[in-house]
Design a protein around this ligand. Structure first.
Ligand SMILES: Nc1ncnc2c1ncn2[C@@H]1O[C@H](COP(=O)(O)OP(=O)(O)O)[C@@H](O)[C@H]1O
Ligand SMILES: [Mg+2]
Length: 208
């Protein structure tokens, strides 16, 4: 039996036995032809990046797909959004470090996740799985890698406030271990943050 477990802005997520079905739903405010084109494009892009990422880090196995739908393996683990705060410091540190290790591996391959929040990371055993490549893209620029890290920092700050400094520090420790361009990306992160104090790249007011 198929159960709806989440409904985001873009997609409905169903759990069916051990499978996750991510279905991009029509947006009625877009004209039909354009809407189909966008949903197809985004589905295809997510599949292609998921496949690329699967050769580098732990991600759910792709089972099948069509124009609007992706079926992947259900990762039966602990979503970090729900569990990170409940772990003791030692466990939290190694998990955050592992998260940083994984982000660096993606970035070394120019994969920008685009939505690095703890809702998109699942701990299973001693592995962290990254999910939701719906906003991902390929780009080699330091700017995008820095913004990717910055978004995770913001997510930690808002969802895991109590330990966010030490958690993000552990992420960066892990990132440093694997990154092939640590210095320049961190320099850029500092610039992004200086800028972010007043406005983000999209001119949205942030951090107030
Ligand atoms: N492969 C998976 N294994 C386990 N849970 C998943 C999986 N894919 C999605 N989920 C659950 O569904 C939620 C939403 O899925 P996600 O792909 O992140 O879509 P959205 O774009 O709506 O954020 C996740 O936060 C997670 O709880
Ligand atoms: Mg998500």
């Amino acid at each position: 039996m198929k159960t709806l477990i989440s409904q985001g802005a873009e997609a409905k997520i169903y759990l069916d036995k051990k499978l996750i079905i991510k279905e991009r739903v029509p947006k009625n405010y877009r004209i039909k032809e354009l809407d189909e084109k966008i949903r197809k494009y985004r589905t295809r892009r997510e599949i292609s990046i998921l496949e690329k990422a699967s050769k580098i880090i732990n991600v759910p196995k792709l089972i099948s797909f069509n124009d609007f739908k992706i079926v992947v393996e259900f990762i039966d683990g602990k979503k970090l959004a729900d569990y990170l705060d409940s772990f003791d410091n030692k466990k939290r540190f190694w998990i955050c470090k592992l998260v940083g290790n994984n982000i660096a591996l993606l970035h070394n391959n120019n994969i920008i996740h685009g939505d690095l929040t703890t809702s998109n990371m699942i701990l299973k055993g001693n592995d962290v799985y990254f999910i939701d490549f719906g906003l991902s893209f390929i780009d080699q620029k330091e700017e995008h890698k820095a913004v990717d890290l910055h978004l995770l920092k913001q997510a930690l700050e808002s969802k895991h406030y109590k330990h966010y400094n030490s958690s993000f520090k552990a992420v960066l420790d892990g990132y440093k271990e694997n990154s092939n361009n640590y210095k320049l990306i961190i320099e850029r992160l500092n610039k992004v943050e200086g800028r972010g104090r007043y406005k983000t790249k999209n001119n949205k007011i942030a951090n107030f």
